[in-house]
Design a protein around this ligand. Structure first.
Ligand SMILES: [Zn+2]
Length: 450
């Protein structure tokens, strides 16, 4: 055995996904950390617990940097207990909570303390927090950064909740200037408010009408503006939930000239298609919207060529009544898709069909999000990192039954879909936290920007 650390646990798999790719390996764990990644048939210390996974794949635990937990304040929508249970059952070992939809929103240090106190005893996985940039809180950004938030979210148009207002262009520049001054990260819901105002308003049961109300141009224009601002200020920005594939060339060109911009997309944009959404099926409503099949193909092109860095859930649940299932009206239904527990199988099903590997999925859903947030202990099966793992049966299929989900509200756009890839178990810092969907007592920790 390399090193002198005592090995408590060894996980062996013929399909371990390491930074060198997928291969047979024995992963030795000492306490909460990975001690070494050894050959599959390496001689193991006699007193270590050995878990042989056979042909089940051993992945690093997923890192989901886009989760709306809504706790406290809208715990009837979700909550730290239910959200982190769902994460654990879905192979996600780290979440970063979004600053809005909870009350208070995370726009001051006091509010951050409220959120941390709320999450503390309920976290089944590790939990970090984004701060929020809203009108009038520029002076709060540095203290929030110092208190450990991973970056700051802002909107350029109405966020959906009144207590988290959007920034106008002058306020955006002020916030970004402040954040760049301390080397922070601004993460942006990028849709242009004027182009949304000019589009036909969403109303009624037809998905096509809703789609027309959130045109691609709104995303493209907002992203173009952000690129210009990031370039001018030499600031670091991240585009949340990219849906419009038209923006990919802009982003790729900006990167080539050295603009510090990263991008995420979400499982729903990559696996669900506008053409297949039934009338009145508001469980598919989110903003920006799920677009057409051709757009989805282009997004996969952006993943393949590296323009899109991360795939994260944007898990944004609400109570069922806010989804207007009685009328099917897309206009006033809550916009948000619940998928925290389903992201890995949803993505693996489609990735595999398109010829991608588990190593690709791990890069998009674990390594890159960990790098985005700046979590050096997460995101890879490598000596020294946290012993966070997802065990996936990659060839097994299941049909999504909302009742089997840990989300507080069992409304999901994936209901009834057959997905490939069953999460068998999840380990957090060397401890089994979910086994065949059954979670243990909370073992998560609250994370701060290192
Ligand atoms: Zn979101």
């Amino acid at each position: 055995m390399p090193g002198t650390e005592r090995v408590d646990l060894v996980l062996r798999s013929t399909r371990a996904v390491t930074p060198e790719g997928e291969r047979p390996a024995a992963v030795a764990v000492s306490g909460e950390r990975i001690a070494a990644v050894l050959p599959y048939d390496a001689r193991l210390p006699r007193d270590a617990r050995v878990v042989d996974l056979g042909d089940d794949a051993l992945l690093p635990g997923l890192v989901d940097t886009h989760v709306h937990v809504n706790d406290p304040g809208r715990t009837e929508w979700e909550g730290f207990d239910t959200a982190t249970r769902a994460a654990a059952a879905g192979g996600v070992t780290t979440i970063i909570d979004m600053p809005l939809n909870s009350i208070p929103p995370t726009t001051t240090v006091d509010a951050l303390h409220v959120k941390r106190r709320t999450a503390q005893a309920k976290a089944h996985v590790d939990v970090g927090f984004w701060g929020g940039a809203v009108p009038g809180n520029v002076k709060d950004l540095r203290p929030l950064h110092d208190a450990g938030v991973f970056g700051f979210k802002c909107f350029l148009l109405h966020s959906g909740v009144d207590e988290f207002p959007q920034l106008d262009p002058a306020q955006l520049a002020d916030a970004l200037g402040e954040i760049a001054g301390f080397g922070g990260l601004l993460i942006v819901h990028a849709e242009d408010p004027h182009l949304i105002d000019d589009a036909p308003p969403a109303a009624g049961r037809r998905y096509a009408d809703f789609l027309a109300s959130r045109p691609r141009a709104a995303e493209n224009t907002a992203i173009e503006g952000l690129i210009a601002l990031a370039r001018r200020m030499n600031a670091r920005v991240h585009i949340l939930h990219l849906s419009s594939s038209d923006a990919l060339p802009l982003i790729a060109a900006a990167r080539r000239e050295g603009v510090r911009i990263t991008v995420e997309s979400c499982p729903h944009y990559l696996t669900l298609k506008a053409e297949e959404i039934p009338e009145g099926a508001t469980e598919f409503k989110c903003c920006p919207p799920i677009r057409e099949a051709g757009n989805q193909d282009a997004l996969w092109g952006g993943l393949a060529d590296g323009t899109i860095d991360c795939v994260v859930s944007d898990h944004s649940p609400s109570t069922a009544d806010l989804k207007n299932f009685d009328t099917g009206d897309f206009g006033t239904a809550w916009g948000g898709i619940s998928s925290l527990q389903l992201g890995l199988p949803a993505m693996w099903t489609e990735a595999r069909r398109r010829g991608h590997t588990l190593a690709d999925v791990v890069r998009w859903m674990s390594t890159a999000p960990a790098a985005l947030a700046g979590l050096p202990a997460k995101g890879a099966i490598e000596a020294g990192r946290d012993a966070d793992f997802a065990v996936l049966a990659p060839d097994e299929t299941f049909t999504v039954d909302p009742v089997a989900l840990h989300h507080r509200n069992r409304v999901t756009a994936y209901a009834g879909r057959t997905l490939t890839g069953v999460v068998r178990a999840t380990w957090l810092r060397g401890r089994l936290i979910a086994d065949h969907g059954v979670t243990t007592s909370p073992a998560g920790r609250l994370l701060q920007r290192p």
